[in-house]
Design a protein. Sequence first.
Length: 463
Amino acid sequence: MRLRILLFLSLFFFATHSGWSQETAENWFESGNEATQAGNYQEAIRCFERSIALDPNHLGSYRNIGCVYGIMGMWDEAISPFVTALRMNPDDAQIHHNLGFCWYKKGMFDKAIMEFKKAIDLKPEFRDAYYNLGIVYGKKDMFDQAIPMFKEALKIGPDNPDTYFSLGKAYNEVGKDVLAADHYYKAGTLYLREGHREGALTAYEHVLPISPEIAGDLARRLYPEGEVPDLRKPVPYAKEEEVSAVTRPLPPVRKEEVSALTARLPSEEKPVEKKEHVSDLKTPLPSEKEEEVSEVTKPLPPENEKPWHVVLTRMNLREGPSIGNRVVGKLNTNDRFQIVNEAPDNDELYSWYMISAESGLSGWLCGIYKGKTKYQTAPEAGPLPSEVEKPWYFVVRPMNVRKAPSLDSKVLATLNTNDTFQIIDEAPNNTELYAWYIIRTESGLKGWLYGIYDGRVKYKKLP
């Protein structure tokens, strides 16, 4: 994600009961359903309220008025009728799910988790409840709990690309990048099967920094007859299409159907990195120029003059000050770093910093997100450990040193045969077949070296 969260708002029709007042309440209920189908939501609310006035125990009207408020994005107004409906029928899994979605939209994640769990207890095959529970766990950075929820959702709905994408993102967050790449790839192929090209492009963007080989296969599916363009920049999404998902008239419903209407809210979790997500994106950087590379890679000021900090949670390092930029590395909790520079548009809510990590990694870190500072000063931290203690290696053939662990990343320098270097750190997704290392040369240059390719080691330890 795409990382969308779905709310299936089911409006139920009930058989007409005997008695004039019940028949009148039912007539208003039917009128409310017709107004909902036509997209006339204010009229639908008026009809359902009239139905409730005539019959205070009309369960369908409480349920449906909550659904209509949800379609309109009026989450506070939707909660009360859903709560009332649950008092009348506490074993309705769909209402628990819908109420959980309202709590999610209000940012009350613990209440949302409770309602999604109740929905699953009442309806063990409820795919959307598993999926949405996984999304909420992800919002709380509880990715180890999110992963089994997405896997359960896939058991029930094995061809849903959104679930594959969300599971891929969760795997990526816990450092299981091989599994992440596999699930991003599966999401991309399913998006293509559905004709959703934007989703497939975003899946490509996510798999590319993890596995260029898998990304290349997905790119060939995206462009079977033409040259693959540079897809490293975020793909814009058509906002009009999202709006129509809420406001278009719902399809007509046959009387014999039990679950008469299914309305779909716009995608909450899309596979485009958002500031959780779209509204938070900083302005994307312009295409990379030589002077911008030199700004990032030029020698840093003396490290002992800058204070050290530690991150409070796992965080990504990116090529530029935007979550639309490529991930170039990860910092784990309590990893140390120094701030080299900061983005010019930083404010109290969102702030990006160019940092140099103790491991030798450098990149952009989102240090303040939604007003929450993700790092703190480490007063006890000292200078970097001496790199003299690290062993030296030499390359067995000319090799490029790159800005990031990707063959698409800019070349910073070329090492000739027998040039020496030290290994500072390695990419988290290294395998016996493919491995990237961040290295430091004798001249002081730091960058990424593709040390193992197709199982062949391209360097040796210095005697």
